[in-house]
Ligand binder design. Structure first.
Ligand SMILES: O=C(O)CCC(=O)C(=O)O
Ligand SMILES: [Fe+2]
Length: 229
């Protein structure tokens, strides 16, 4: 019988590693990575299958702030979201790809990424998300909270054109007012340090679909390794 070893050069694994390596290099160089049309087709297709099968009732109005500080603020963000739980095969394909990225980053950069959470987001015509940071260093360091340290956004929109709006604008720091504009085109994904890069979603002139996710560090492990003075 002819048995092929499972780990014999799988093209998908090789391709993923090349993408992950490029993300890692960008993170080292500049703290963010913009990957136009580099999300593997199998992952994009899985996300699109999930997203297209979702009913309106599965989305909820997005808010800002953690747990008890959670608030809905329509003047800051007006998208609707639906958390990805991995209850479908397609959801699992996405989560395992993100897990592989997490493992690769941890091996290369020792970031101690511990958990991952993500949701679909739908920006209706006219929706936006004003300039914000995804996480605050003081909360992680001083209050010892398990916090978001790395943000990941992936886009699912076919043929995005100039004039459709809805670009992500990534600012280099608090002083930057120009920023870098990224079109939310299908297959593009962006990774950035959550505490370092203010960003916003410009008002969308078309229905805009994306997935936003965050890797967290573990508050307690972090506290043991790197206690605040
Ligand atoms: O969809 C995007 O481009 C970014 C979304 C975002 O900033 C967020 O959900 O925190
Ligand atoms: Fe954000």
């Amino acid at each position: 019988m002819n048995i092929t070893p499972v780990n014999e050069a799988s093209p998908l694994i090789t391709l993923d590693d090349a993408i992950f390596e490029s993300v890692v290099n960008d993170l080292v160089k500049q703290g963010f990575s913009i990957q136009p049309n580099r999300l593997p087709v199998a992952v994009v297709d899985a996300l699109l299958t999930c997203q297209r099968s979702m009913k309106d009732s599965e989305y909820q109005k997005a808010g800002i702030g953690r747990a008890t500080q959670f608030q809905q603020k329509d003047d800051i963000r007006s998208d609707e979201i639906s958390w990805i739980t991995g209850s479908t095969v397609e959801g699992q394909i996405w989560l395992s790809w993100c897990d592989a990225l997490k493992t690769y980053i941890n091996r290369s950069l020792f970031m101690g990424l511990f958990s991952f959470e993500s949701h679909f987001a739908c920006y209706d015509v006219g929706a936006f998300y004003k300039r914000h940071l995804d996480a605050f260093k003081e909360q992680r360091v001083l209050k010892n909270q398990t916090n978001r340290v790395l943000s990941l956004v992936a886009y699912l929109n076919e043929d995005w054109k100039e004039g459709d709006g809805g670009e992500l604008v990534l600012y280099q720091n608090n002083e930057d007012i120009k920023g870098l504009k990224i079109e939310p085109t299908r297959g593009t994904f962006v990774v950035f340090l959550s505490e370092e890069f203010p960003h916003e979603v410009l008002m969308s002139n078309r229905e805009r679909h994306s997935v936003a996710g965050w890797f967290r560090v573990n508050g307690s492990i972090n506290a043991q390794i790197d206690p605040p003075i």
